[in-house]
Structures are given as C-alpha cells and as structure tokens.
Design a protein around this ligand. Sequence first.
Ligand SMILES: [Mn+2]
Length: 331
Amino acid sequence: MTRPRIADAARVLAEGQSLLVTTHIRPDGDAIGSALALSHGLRGLGKMATIVLEHAVPRPYRFLPGWRDIVPPLPVSEAGRFDVAVVLDCDGLQRAGEVTGLVRAVGRIVEIDHHPGAHGDGCVIAVYPEAAATAELVFELCEALGAPLTVELATCLLTGLTDDTGGFRHSNTTARAHELASRLVAAGADPARIAENLFGNQPPARLVLRGRALARARLLLDGRVILSYLTNKDFAVTGADRADSSYVIDDLRLAADIQVAAVLVETENGQCRVSLRSSSDLDVAAVARSLGGGGHVKAAGCELPGTVAQAEPPLVAALAGALGADGRHGG
Ligand SMILES: [Mn+2]
C-alpha cells in the first residue's frame, strides 16, 4: 500500500535530479535517520541529494552511514542548484531553522511528516499522524520511487523507527511499525547495534548527574508527586552537559503509583526550568499555564524565578491545587 500523498511526493521527486533534503532543528533519530535514508534512496536512483541542517549531527547518530556528508546551511543564493526541497519530520517549514530560507528559495517543496497540525505550503504535503515515525513514510516513498533497499538505507530507517517509538515501547508502536522493522532487519539493519547507539553509549557525566537527581527524589502530596531537582552546582561538579538534565524527568516517571513527576533545573540566568509529566488524567499543561508556561496534557513545563529553594514552594502549591484538596485525583 502506498498512501496517496506519498505517491504524489514520489512523482515530484522522480522529476528532480538534484534534491535538497532537510529536517528540524535539534534533530532526533527519526529526523536524521529519515533524511539520510532518503538521500541513500535518491542516490541509489542516480540522483544528487544534499542534506542541509542547521545543527551538527548529535553524537548518538554518528554511526549512521553518510552522516559526515550532512552540510551546514548554504546561502539562499545556492537555491538554483536544487530542483526540489524535501522537508522531513517538520510541522511547519520554520522548524528547519536557518535552512527555511533556502527551502523557500528552491520553491518546489515536498513535506513529509507524521506530526499533526499546521504545515507549510509545499506543492505536496504528505502528513500522516498515524505513522509511527517519518521513517515509516520515507520507507514507503523509497519503495514508490523504486529505490533499492540497501543495508545503509535500512539502517537509517530502522534508527528513525526505533528512536521515535522509544525502542518499540511507546503508544505509537503499531503492527505496521513491527512489520516494517522486520523488513529492515531482513535487509541487513542491525537492531542491537542501533539500540546500543541510541540508548546505550551514555556519557558517564550524564549518568552521574542523573544519579544525583535520583538520589534526592522525594514523594510529595501523599505520594502522588515525585519531585527532584538539579542545581547549577550539580553541573559544575559532574561536568555534565546542560542538555543532560532532560533525562531526569524520564527517570522519575518510571516510578509506580505516582500521578505527576516534576523536575526543577537551575539555569545559568538565575531561573529554574520546570518539567512536568503526568501519569494520570491530571492535565499538567494547566498546571504549567498557571505558572506562566505551557505544553501538552501529559508533558508540560514552565520557568520560575530564583533558585530551586525559591522556585519549589510555588510549584508544589500549584500541584497541590491541581490535585485537589480532597487528596484524590484521577487514577
Ligand atoms: Mn518523528
């Protein structure tokens, strides 16, 4: 089965000889894997494909075949080199960051994505939210184009699929995703090597940072909230990256019988970034909004002024209010 818009995309790509491929800023495994897979597919058909990204390829994806060929933003004056621009995994062209101007200058734009919501104004907009990953759509696109399913292409696609499904554990893990994975492994992709690169290979400093946060995690509000924090000192002592703090919220939400996980992280400009995750029907976006932030029902955040010691009381008060004075909420 080829989805109708993917067939449309294949027709536009088939007409192009030199293609620009891009994806969103701060790319994840689906973004990088999809972009590389498509470029392998296009090159297999004798076309030229250039992947342009604002940000450098993050370390976990530097095992993917072809990652070194990804180039930083080209001047808009280079747009004439390309017949078609393909924008992957972006809900809106502006998600391509500094590459957006070049994409618009190419003019003939194909968008392929699985995020719901508003998109750009490409001549083909192939958005299928039911797809587990953009990689699933790129697989179909490569098939429609008749690109040979090489080990390189299969490795990049399985990486995208594995990353976006959290290792085939998230709710977007469908029968179709497993079917696709089966075909990719049969084509030579190595799932163990991919998983090791995506989920293993952690910088030791990150683990030490996560350990500090886990060691001081507390249960609050009758055990309905698990909360922890990281101070500026924690980053100084461990030498961990600021971005490493993002793992802590996922560590905390592994706790059974909680309704909300909360992490406060001090920033370099005297604020605290708060991350909230709901494991119940509690809407953490509403909690975040009451504190000047926002987000999704199950995942939200805000910034509060001051140190952890100063920011924690208003956060706990907001959570207490949302959970209700009767001591019960959701399940
Ligand atoms: Mn994705």
